[in-house]
Design a protein around this ligand. Structure first.
Ligand code: CO
Length: 142
């Protein structure tokens, strides 16, 4: 079901400092900041030859990563994102096995303009998983 690793997301207390570290210390190609109000985060993407790192910082009142940073003030790995060809099919297949999809269970548009869903960490080895749809455009209105 899952395809390529799309990105690993790291929650950080200081987005500018984290972007600087990746750019200057690690010598990576780093994007500008992007606000994603629907997800409650501001992101910076680090482009690697075979994948990406997503640096996440809370945005707004109810950011899902605010409590994560309270527990891990210096930051830490927040989720990993796998690509799937058909996110609705993947979701239905996972739900049928008892896996829990977070939120309403409907895909939202993610940072790359593709539909995404999140899966409960307790069902997947303690790791929050994001699925990103990379196949043909979905029929459903998102
Ligand atoms: Co992500």
């Amino acid at each position: 079901m899952i395809g390529n690793l799309n990105h690993v997301a790291i929650a950080v207390p200081d987005l500018d400092a984290a972007a600087e570290t990746y750019k200057n210390t690690l010598g990576a190609k780093v994007s500008g900041k992007q606000d994603l109000p629907e997800h409650g985060v501001t992101v910076v993407f680090v482009e690697l030859p075979n994948s990406k790192i997503e640096l996440l910082h809370p945005l707004g009142q109810n950011s899902p990563i605010a409590s994560f940073l309270e527990k891990q003030p210096s930051g830490g790995i927040h989720h990993i994102c796998y690509e799937v060809d058909n996110i609705l099919q993947a979701r239905d297949q996972l739900v049928a096995t008892g896996a829990r999809v977070l939120g309403e269970g409907e895909p939202k548009i993610g940072a790359h303009g593709n539909p995404v869903l999140f899966l409960h960490p307790k069902d997947f080895c303690g790791t929050l998983i994001e699925l990103e749809h990379v196949g043909a455009a979905l029929q459903q209105q998102l």
